[in-house]
Design a protein around this ligand. Structure first.
Ligand code: TXA
Ligand code: MG
Length: 346
């Protein structure tokens, strides 16, 4: 598998580039190959979602365990009823969620129909579905004309890619093409809700916060503060506690000022809101997640900045906690997982 391919990044800067990129991507997908594609959340590794052999390549390229099911990305809302056996009790809620959040960063888990391959659902009776609003993704999925299975385009357990270069550094040599869509808008993976009857369970925190979901229906078992948790109770099966792990040890602190002079030597700082000289002094490398504390900005840059710090040979990374509201819950969820197993002062 390794080194079989020369991975090409397909540029989309001009109308001609874009047209060619979409053509190449659609052709590869029709041929049963995997392609890296941008979405509004993170880059995905896409394949024909109704073709078991194509789906199997996703698992192979990512080194993903087969117990971890995939999300199907739909070309249009009409596909929902073809893939999902809609419970009568859930129809009204799903209608409201679709109307408000699709296309966009919301994934719904619902009872599956038989047409969905077992490999996609990992043998479960439910399937995860979403509709991306990213323009290039839409052009490809509409051109393809069927659902695309697409997990984040990283090796299993690692940081999700938010640029085409990130995809190449994660999976280069294992696939032919990545379509370049620039940096992704949200920077963290979609919110996942299991729709059950007239209510929702949050399986993964994401760009759409519990506050917004509650405006459309009941959210059961929500516990946003739980370390690493999406919402209490069962989580999405692929989300092990140690997911999103950088290679460098990551330690959570409330503020950089807690880190002593000694501890700063050879260490990195992932700060949440730009501080001054005092905060930066003595660290080997510093990345600020936002200028003024805007949580959308924090989320958008999180993985790229974590990746950068991870690449410069630091002893450890100190990351400041952020406010767990809105998309901040998703940021804290990812940080907690990245720091899993580390004592605060480890
Ligand atoms: O933003 C996103 O959702 C990105 C982009 C590429 O669309 N995709 C993504 O996929 O994050 P992935 O495979 O990295 O994460 C999907 C999560 C996994 O934790 C998986 O276990 C869960 O969704 N999942 C998929 N199907 C499920 C099901 N039937 N029941 C419960 N969880 C499910
Ligand atoms: Mg993932």
């Amino acid at each position: 598998m390794k080194g079989e391919w020369v991975t090409e990044i397909l540029r989309t800067g001009t109308a001609e580039d874009l047209e060619r990129a979409v053509e190449v991507a659609v052709g590869a997908l029709r041929g049963g190959e995997v392609v890296g594609l941008p979405t509004e959340t993170v880059y995905g590794l896409a394949a024909d979602g109704l073709n078991e052999e194509a789906v199997a390549k996703i698992f192979e390229v990512k080194e993903r365990p087969y117990f971890d099911p995939l999300i199907l990305h739909l070309p249009g809302v009409e596909w929902l009823e073809r893939l999902v056996e809609m419970p009568e009790a859930s129809e009204a809620l799903v209608g409201r969620l679709v109307k408000r959040f699709w296309p966009g960063p919301l994934t719904m888990v619902l009872p599956r129909r038989a047409v969905v391959p077992d490999l996609v659902t990992a043998g479960r009776e439910t399937v995860a579905v979403r509709m991306s609003g990213q323009a290039i993704f839409r052009a490809v999925v509409e051109g393809f004309g069927g659902p695309l299975a697409a997990p984040s385009a990283n090796r299993f357990g690692r940081i999700s890619p938010t640029s085409a270069e990130d995809v190449r550094s994660e999976l280069g040599g294992r696939m032919g093409w990545v379509v370049d869509g620039g940096a992704t808008e949200y920077g963290v993976e979609s919110t996942i809700v299991a729709v059950e009857g007239e209510g929702m369970r949050i399986l993964r925190a994401g760009p759409i916060g519990v506050e917004e979901l509650r405006e459309e229906g009941e959210v059961v078992e929500w516990n946003g503060e739980r370390s690493g948790g999406g919402g209490g109770g069962e989580e999405a099966p692929g989300q092990t506690s140690s997911h999103y792990a950088p290679r460098t040890r990551l330690i959570l602190v409330d503020r950089a000022s807690e880190v002593s002079e000694e501890e700063r030597v050879g260490a990195g700082l992932l700060g949440w809101k730009r501080g001054g000289e005092e905060e930066e002094r003595g660290f080997g490398a510093v990345e600020w997640l936002s200028e003024a504390g805007d949580l959308r900005e924090v989320a958008a840059g999180l993985f790229a900045k974590m990746r950068r710090l991870d690449g410069v040979g630091l002893r450890r990374i100190y990351a400041e906690r952020v406010e767990a509201v809105g998309i901040g819950v998703a940021v804290m969820d990812r940080l907690n997982r990245a720091a899993f197993g580390e004592e605060k002062r480890g």
